[in-house]
Design a protein around this ligand. Sequence first.
Ligand code: HEM
Length: 322
Amino acid sequence: MRAGHGMTAPFFNPFALGEDPFAHFAEMRALGGIARGAAPYPELADAHYVFSHELVSRVLKHPALLQAPPGRYEEVRRKLVDQAPMALLSRSVMLADPPHHGELRRPVAGCLSRSAVETLTQGLRALSRELVDRAMADGRIDAVAGLAVPVSFWLLQEIMGIEIEDPWALKSVTSRMAGAFDLRTDQPPAASAAAYGECRAFVEERLAQQAFRPDGMVARMAREVAEGRWSREDMVANVVFMLFAGQETVVDAFGNAVVALHRFPEQRDLLERRAVDWSSAAAELLRYGASVQYAVARIAAEDIDLGNVGIANGEAVVAVLG
Ligand code: HEM
């Protein structure tokens, strides 16, 4: 295959990268940023992977790169969503295509208006300050247990409008759920399927007791069901998805950021001397310590061209984010 700059990128195998894939991603970027590689699901023959910022943006915005286009891919998708976790996940906003994607996204957009985000930001600042002050008084802190988990769960509870009495119990469930997204496993492991069941039971209980605030995202989802736009299964799937996506990612990114600052004391020093401001550092730490390395595979709904490489109708494209 021809890549940009006249170089040929080697076949990319995400299953054989070990614990530190980033050097390999950089190499692939230098070789043109697009390569054929092993497919994320055994049901697909192979896939195209894109590594550069420009190609990743194009893939994520491309109107003909979809989650489940009709045609050749339908049979594959049917097999994929046959398994327990994928059956539920496939109803989530993340795995939906327009126009259904827009319908499933309405409660998310409604909860994250500019003014709502401003209020949430102030609340996050106040809570973080309180936790750090307490740690200063104690003289020590576990950055994940004492900061990342309380902060991310506070945010999630505020957005969703539900109470999560025991974040660690839910965290243990969502960590096991993450197995369903691990590209290195052919089949979602049984532990992941069981964890989806536990999370679903947690959600069903809240819904049965109507244990949610009237202005949160769960209430907005319940209105979609009551007004006939969503099925009840859509609501359960999307609450489960939010409980997972809204904190597992944040806690991991926070942990990675703390490790990076520990590993590069000269960078930490720049922050402590205020030579660099915290918001640019946060953006860079999110990029450097990405907690999600791969976007969900998109399937070409027609023949398209990406970075001088032809993608045939029905082929998969994976954007590499790390
Ligand atoms: C550092 C933190 C986070 C990271 C790294 C992250 C990463 C991602 C990625 C990569 C996707 C897109 C996957 C794809 O399209 O293939 C995504 C989608 C999504 N995330 Fe996050 N996320 C983070 C935090 C959050 C939080 C805090 C929430 C909500 C409280 C959230 C809710 C969502 C939703 C609803 C989608 C689906 C959007 C759509 O398809 O329209 N995420 N996230």
